[in-house]
Design a protein around this ligand. Structure first.
Ligand code: HEC
Ligand code: HEC
Length: 473
């Protein structure tokens, strides 16, 4: 079964290469040179990462192991998978190593730290969350003095308790970090709220300090190191990751994403203007500028009238990407029931679009930290492989069920249950599945989620246009 999968993805890669090679002469320059290690294949095209030195410095401690379990940052943050990991690649890694690659470790790779990993068969079950969904078990205790208590645990793996809740989460990409406004899904490694600097654009101190803390904790936690390495080592890791920029460069249908005046790819991304609060939806841009819903302007020039009828397949595909971008910016969404947004503004319904929440221009996260609950961890969306927690409010006695309390496990606040940050939306095609718990296997599943959650009633064409756009990011 595993070999077959490997074969299928290799075959897909060859078809892709053949497509790129087989295009007309003037397009042949679009093919990445095999020697260019900064460009990697993925199911919908090619991903590009840029670095100041023009290559990936694999001598950086990012690629070194500091603990006894053999793991490095690269165990869970892989360039070709958009600096995250994918179930496909993990299944290949499992098959190649009989489930012994360092990512397969009890501490947080398994469904429970007490899982049986004594045989190949047992390991396949123990590491099923990695193999099926690319999920790592983040263990966190109930916070002291929380406004709620844990009244019931339904853990299919018989482990989770108030002292160690199992939260199954996707590794966030360790790239494009210069634009983060919160570090980790629940923002717990954000050392201080990032303030908008008025001059340079980005306050490097805040982000460097946060990423240093994050790297130290990753080495002590994921890598199980007994002591943290020297500050100089941490500094080198942070310096390395802060200089990575990643985006899709070539789409198998639309072609080169920075051709024909398109602005895709990592080299253009690296030039992106940004400051904390830029284009703030709620009017908080420190420059005083109003929110512009056209947050994404990468493919404006591909909006050629009549292109959908073109005989050129590439031109039709580029038109779909451009339509998708327009939908992202302007397709009306009646945002309701989103804790962190509707309650904060006092508006039961906010007439917005995708860019209301993904407002950082051409980057797609929220330009100021804004943890919100869009319902990904709701009990109604729980699948049998996920633990379910019942939380009861100390003051009101009300209960809610969730697969992941999110921000509330940090703050202890009832209102923060289920809140997560919106991640950066670049390099998406390389790193399925999506959302903090990997519940959307494909970008179409992401779009379907929004269509249902907010009753948008998108047409099939609108959905596929949105997917074409998201795949090109
Ligand atoms: C065993 C897998 C694993 C290893 C090893 C690992 N990470 Fe991660 N990383 C994750 C997961 C899972 C998350 C998200 C966790 C969360 O938000 O609760 C994450 C999040 C991050 C983030 C946050 C990005 C963002 O958008 O907020 C950064 C940066 C990062 N990791 C860097 C590193 C570095 C540097 C190392 C090595 C020192 C490392 N990671 C090792 C799994 C791993
Ligand atoms: C109300 C705010 C809000 C709106 C509106 C919104 N998003 Fe999101 N988006 C989020 C948050 C928050 C997350 C992370 C949620 C989680 O994982 O729990 C997210 C996650 C995503 C992801 C997954 C990224 C990843 O790395 O896993 C994609 C893709 C995405 N959104 C695209 C869209 C599109 C397309 C639309 C419009 C159809 C949209 N979003 C509308 C807030 C929003």
């Amino acid at each position: 079964m595993f070999h077959q999968r490997t074969f299928v993805s290799v075959a897909a890669g060859l078809v892709l290469l053949a497509t790129v090679v087989g295009t007309p002469a003037q397009d042949r320059r679009h093919q990445p040179s095999p020697a260019n290690t900064l460009v990697t294949a993925n199911p919908s095209g090619w991903l590009q990462t840029t670095t100041p030195g023009g290559s990936i410095d694999t001598a950086n401690p990012f690629f070194q192991s500091f603990g006894p379990n053999g793991r490095t940052c690269d165990s869970c943050h892989r360039q070709a998978q958009g600096w995250s990991i994918t179930p496909d690649e993990l299944r290949q890694r499992f098959a190649r190593t009989n489930g012994n690659d360092p990512i397969f470790r009890l501490v947080d790779g398994a469904v429970s730290p007490r899982a049986d990993v004594s045989s190949l068969y047992a390991r396949r079950i123990a590491y099923s969350m990695l193999l099926n969904r690319g999920l790592i078990r983040v263990g966190m205790p109930m916070p002291a003095n929380a406004e709620f208590r844990l009244t019931r645990v339904d853990d299919p793996y018989g482990y989770a308790s108030a002292s160690d809740l199992s939260l199954f989460r996707r590794p966030l990409p360790s790239t494009n970090l210069i634009w983060l406004t919160a570090v980790m899904w629940d923002g717990r490694e954000t050392v201080a709220p990032f303030k908008p600097p008025m001059d340079a654009g980005i306050n490097h101190e805040d982000i460097i300090e946060s990423l240093a803390s994050q790297a130290r904790d990753a080495i002590l936690g994921h890598e199980e190191a007994a002591v943290a390495p020297d500050a100089s080592v941490i500094d080198r890791i942070v310096d390395f990751e802060l200089h990575l920029f990643t985006a899709q460069l070539i789409d198998q249908d639309a072609g080169k994403l920075n051709a024909e005046d398109g602005m895709g790819g990592a080299s253009i991304l690296a030039q992106q203007r940004f400051w904390v609060g830029i284009n703030d939806t709620l009017g908080g841009d420190p420059t005083g500028d109003a929110f512009d819903e056209k947050a994404m302007r990468l493919f404006d020039e591909w909006n050629v009238p009549g292109a959908q009828f073109s005989h050129d397949r590439g031109e039709r595909a580029r038109a779909a990407v451009a339509r998708g971008e327009q939908l992202f910016n302007t397709l009306p969404i009646a945002i309701s029931g989103v804790a962190g947004l509707n309650d904060v503004t006092g508006l039961p319904v906010i007439q917005g679009s995708c860019s209301s929440c993904h407002n950082a221009p051409n980057i797609g996260n929220h330009s100021a930290a804004l943890p919100v609950n869009i319902g990904i961890a709701d009990a109604s969306r729980r699948t049998p492989d996920m633990p379910l927690y019942t939380l009861t409010n100390n003051a009101t006695g009300r209960s809610v069920q969730t697969t992941d309390p999110g921000l509330a496990l940090r703050t202890g606040k009832w209102a923060d249950i289920g809140k997560f940050k919106g991640p950066i939306l670049r390099g998406l095609a390389a790193r399925a599945p999506y959302f903090h718990n990997g519940s959307a296997a494909t970008l179409m599943d992401v779009v379907d989620f929004y269509d249902t959650r907010f009753n948008v009633h998108m047409s099939g064409q609108q959905k596929s246009d949105l997917v074409a756009f998201l795949s090109a990011l």
